[in-house]
Ligand binder design. Structure first.
Ligand code: ADP
Ligand code: MG
Length: 237
């Protein structure tokens, strides 16, 4: 599914978190959204997901005006930092959650969860609780939960943020492989520009509620504007 953002603004009081954003994301892209803290990255994802209502502008999903659709109607899966796994539910129940609330047949749910457990390589962990998993495993379960509803768009807000360098590296390879197997249109926020270069096929640089730059990783790298930089210290490939 393609995403077209047209003149989108979101204010908090007099503060313009999103200031007339225009952005086109093609079907099947894997987009990294980078930019300084407070530049509006999370707000953009929340507005696309339907968790926040914009003050003006429109969101088009595959040519259809989605601006006033409910969260469920948008068919978007998301992994947000403040949307952790349900602690009192097993891995299986966490992944099945979005299907349960849509009243899907339990036989279909069971098949789907098994497929997803295979995809995230945690087949043997289905009865565990989140506190019995490592950070990297928890993030994979969060991704499986987001994928369970077979979303047309996947929004990931710093999905690997709190993890150590080795786990981050594994997970970003894993995300790239996943995207090859299941090419859902994906937008992921990262503060790590090296990670953006390695994982994404398109980079969007945000600055003060606006898109500062958009382009292929190599083009952004070769011709960066203010908001994009790769320092030697951030290279650990
Ligand atoms: P980023 O994800 O790029 O760090 P955010 O989208 O979270 O930036 O926030 C952009 C700006 O909007 C920040 O200055 C933040 O303080 C403000 N903001 C975000 N959400 C709210 C809110 N619910 N109420 C008031 N201000 C908010
Ligand atoms: Mg944020």
């Amino acid at each position: 599914m393609s995403i077209l953002i047209e003149n989108l603004s979101k204010n908090f009081g007099t503060f313009k978190a999103l200031d007339h954003v225009n952005l086109e994301i093609k079907t099947g892209s894997l987009v990294a959204l980078v930019g300084p803290s407070g530049s509006g990255k999370s707000t953009l994802l929340r507005v696309i997901a339907g968790l926040d209502i914009p003050n003006s502008g429109r969101i088009w999903l595959s040519g259809k005006n989605a601006t006033s659709l409910s969260i469920q109607e948008r068919e978007i899966g998301f992994v947000f930092q403040n949307y952790a796994l349900f602690k009192h539910m097993t891995v299986y129940e966490n992944i099945a959650f979005g299907l349960d609330i849509r009243n899907i047949d339990s036989f279909i749910i069971s098949n789907r969860v098994k497929q997803l457990l295979q995809l995230i390589q945690l087949e043997k962990f289905s009865d565990r609780y989140p506190n019995q998993l490592s950070g990297g495993q928890r993030q994979r379960v969060a991704l499986a939960r987001a994928l369970a509803i077979e979303p047309k768009v996947l929004l990931l807000d710093e999905p690997f943020g709190a993890l150590d360098v080795k786990v981050r590296k594994d997970l970003r390879n894993w995300l790239r492989n996943l995207h090859e197997q299941v090419p859902v249109t994906t937008v992921f926020v990262t503060h790590d520009h090296q990670e953006a270069m390695e994982v994404a096929n398109e980079i969007v640089v945000f600055q003060k509620g606006c898109v500062e730059q958009i382009g292929k990783p190599q083009d952004v790298y070769d011709n960066p504007k203010k908001g994009f930089s790769i320092t030697n210290s951030s290279i650990y490939m």
